[in-house]
Design a protein around this ligand. Structure first.
Ligand SMILES: [Zn+2]
Length: 370
């Protein structure tokens, strides 16, 4: 039998050790809120680099050099299969996800096309489980498309997705075909592609705490000013899965968290429907205008390789003859100038002659090119 005094001191020591361990865990940026759902590593040099880019205005929408051009980004699907021919995902689902991806990014002026040739990677070991997502991304990777690898299981089934920022040494996206029980993972795909355009989690802590009503919104949190701070939010319990709203009973959110560093509750404003949050997968539904600006600036200023992709070479707005991003009176003037000729560009319907039918094609695509 252990003498009482020793037992008490052992218990006190255990409690102290537990408190120290808990304290350490809570000090880690986004520790509990970010456990294992998305692998999107930021080290200290990245944090400094992004801070410098923010200072230089690289991510400002005003710094975009060619705002009226189309951005059509090519993705390359890589699909794991086993040697019996079972594929991790089917082509119909990929087509559906591609449409959802384009819809989500449309306000940023970005749409997506897929290389029609899917890269099937036959490997029983990887099909069973992908442990190292960085090694996977070196397989058959491309130069000017976003490589997306589809896997039945990543890190034992616990990791929904993995992505890269513009500054990451290994590029590409790894997707698990299900996420926390959800079979439709289009929201996770959009989330990971958001990282690819240098969006950070709305609960990001690497740059410091973002407080509600804080004035440092471009220097802390996710560095985007119109996303509500969601620091240290326990999304699993804070978000009501039935309507994706924030639970008003904050005790279910705050348990186990350190005292709020801001005045008042840290949960007064939180992102529960933002693609870059950790809300339930079916609640990933929105980007903010500030996030669209960030993605747009990232495309033009930091992703030149995507501008060289095959899709981006397709003329998405053939009626914009003056190439000013608009189909308007200036383009009609070109049609009238070429009226009756065989001018290739103005002959929009390919009939061999510039005539009224070409004018009709032009009027059908009147306005902004996207
Ligand atoms: Zn993420």
């Amino acid at each position: 039998m252990i003498p009482l005094r020793i037992a008490e001191s052992t218990m006190r020591y255990d409690r102290m050790l537990l408190a120290m361990m808990l304290g350490w865990v809570l000090m880690q940026p986004g520790a509990l809120a970010t456990a294992q759902r998305c692998e999107c590593h930021l080290d200290q040099s990245h944090v400094e680099l992004v801070r410098e880019r923010m200072r230089l205005g690289v991510y400002d929408s005003g710094s975009i050099t060619r705002p009226t051009e189309f951005m059509v980004v090519q993705v390359k699907w890589h699909v794991l299969t086993d040697t019996s021919g079972n594929a991790s995902i089917d082509a119909t689902t990929l087509d559906d996800y591609l449409v959802r991806l384009s819809q989500a990014f449309a306000p940023a002026g970005i749409e997506f096309c897929a290389d029609p040739e899917i890269d099937f990677i036959s490997d029983n070991t990887l099909f069973a489980n992908v442990q190292n997502t960085y090694e996977l991304r070196t397989l058959n990777s491309t130069e000017d498309a976003i490589d997306v690898y589809w896997c039945p299981s990543v890190q034992g089934g616990g990791l929904c997705g993995s992505s890269s920022y513009t500054f990451s040494p290994v590029q590409g996206v790894v997707m698990q075909t299900s996420c926390q029980g959800a079979k439709d993972v289009s929201g996770v795909l959009i989330h990971e592609i958001g990282h690819y355009f240098d969006l950070f989690h709305t609960h990001e802590l690497n740059w410091g705490f973002d407080c509600p009503n804080g004035t440092l919104c471009s220097e802390v949190g996710d560095l985007v000013c119109d996303t509500a701070p969601s620091r240290n939010m326990l999304f699993e319990t804070c978000v009501d899965p039935t309507d994706c709203s924030l639970r008003t009973d904050e005790s279910s959110c705050i348990e186990g968290y350190p005292e709020p560093l801001c005045d008042g509750s840290p949960f007064l404003e939180s992102e529960t429907r933002n693609f870059m949050s950790y809300s339930p997968v079916h609640c990933l539904l929105e980007f903010t205008p500030g996030q669209y600006d960030r993605m747009n600036a990232t495309y033009w200023n930091l992703r030149p390789e995507l501008q060289a992709g095959e899709c981006s070479q397709v003329d998405r707005c053939p009626a914009d003859l003056t190439e000013d991003g608009l189909v308007n009176g200036g383009d009609i003037a070109v049609i009238l100038t070429q009226w009756g000729t065989e001018d290739d560009q103005a002959d929009l319907d390919g009939s061999g002659t510039v005539n009224g039918a070409d004018l009709a094609v032009m009027l059908n695509s009147w306005g902004l090119c996207w």
